[in-house]
Design a protein around this ligand. Sequence first.
Ligand code: ZN
Length: 119
Amino acid sequence: MSLLALFTRRPAKTPTPQATPAPAPEPIDPRVIAQFSTVGGATVDLRTTTFTTLYDYRGAPYLAPESYQVDGFNWTCHGCHTVGRTRSHSDAGYRNKQTARDDANTHAGACRSMPRPTA
Ligand SMILES: [Zn+2]
């Protein structure tokens, strides 16, 4: 083989791969205020919510005269489907945003769930 043959430009045997457009991201729930990634790659969404409580503004064990709605936070792991809530009493959410955020982040750091396969 001569050097000229070695350095002669040849036509490409395979067409240049064309960039495929990235799939459109799924719409995010407007109530989601933060997202965390689990060890396995699933997403933990922290969001605002409204829940019914039996406790007054101090929380458990201080009962309110009657149940009422309160604005708060909770989180959902889309890998293992755990829903975050306060551990100290039976409310379905957190009143404190930082506590909800810390618990969501702690769950994400320990959860090995992977994203659910799509059909
Ligand atoms: Zn999880």
